[in-house]
Design a protein around this ligand. Structure first.
Ligand SMILES: C[S@@+](CC[C@H](N)C(=O)[O-])C[C@H]1O[C@@H](n2cnc3c(N)ncnc32)[C@H](O)[C@@H]1O
Length: 252
């Protein structure tokens, strides 16, 4: 048994594992997560149709070539707003079917490791499986380093000092709501920036925090880019894009 297996532990039959794979760099995975990738009977992951899947790519160096895999391909991603029936109807049906695919393995006694970027319980699709399966099968969630944590680390920027309040916002929010929330906090993380980049930038500027806001795409991954938001004139960014507004609280 390797040191990783001895410390990281084994997988139990018929158990669903939500495996947090961290922000992108495989070296930021926990020992438990890395060990489970090698130990579970089936590896499952979400992916945009026709793509490899970000979480699957992160764990590629740890994967055994003969490990059975369940690729769960989203029927839609960001083509329509979340409230649009063209988004939520197919996606609800997809989650139902995906949960049943995983349930078949679990009912047959196989352990399933469902990969989740960052932390599974932080804006993760894993939660839609947890919600459907946790009362039917044993579930263990392995926490992961969140994308935002990887990003502020790579930007070499402390995010909160002293009594600072940190607000986590979704870039999909309405511009006026974003502005108001930013005005009302000391530090902020804006997730899901991608297609919302121009709107996010306007809100950050209106809230008078553009001078300290940082734009990061693909933090800790290949193709990482870290620039002051004030220099970002592109109308949109990739899926993995985040904006940080560091706090300026008490410094001793
Ligand atoms: C659906 S959320 C998933 C969050 C994930 N569960 C976590 O713990 O970070 C996806 C959003 O997280 C942000 N994100 C996650 N990882 C990132 C990274 N490595 N670089 C930049 N943004 C990232 C982006 O804003 C992206 O749109």
């Amino acid at each position: 048994m390797s040191t990783l297996e001895a410390i990281g532990g084994a997988a139990a039959s018929g158990t669903l594992y939500g495996i947090g794979v961290g922000p992108g760099d495989v070296r930021y995975m926990t020992l438990r997560a890395a060990s489970l990738v090698g130990a579970v009977d089936v590896i499952a992951y979400f992916a945009k149709a026709g793509r490899e899947g970000h979480a699957r790519r992160i764990v590629a160096p740890l994967m055994a070539s003969d490990r059975p895999e369940e690729k769960l391909e989203y029927p839609v991603t960001d083509e329509f707003p979340v409230a649009d029936p063209r988004y939520h109807e197919p996606i609800a049906e997809f989650y139902r079917e995906a949960a049943e695919r995983l349930a078949k393995h679990l009912a047959a006694g196989r352990s399933v490791g469902l990969l989740a970027e960052g932390d599974p319980f932080f804006f993760g699709s894993f939660m839609h499986m947890w919600h459907r399966l946790a009362d039917r099968f044993p579930v263990e969630v392995v926490p992961g380093v969140t994308g935002m944590s990887g990003c502020w680390t790579r930007a070499n920027t402390p995010i909160t000092w002293g009594d600072d309040t940190l607000t986590v916002l979704a870039g999909t929010l309405d511009e006026a709501v974003l502005t108001r929330r930013l005005q009302d906090t000391e530090a902020a993380v804006i997730m899901k920036v991608g297609r919302n980049l121009a709107k996010v930038r306007r809100a950050v500027e209106a809230a008078r925090c553009l001078d300290r806001a940082i734009y990061i795409e693909r933090g800790t991954m290949e193709g990482e880019r870290i620039v002051p938001l004030s220099e970002m004139t592109d109308p949109s960014g990739p899926y993995f894009a985040i904006v940080l507004v560091p706090g300026r609280g008490r410094r001793l």
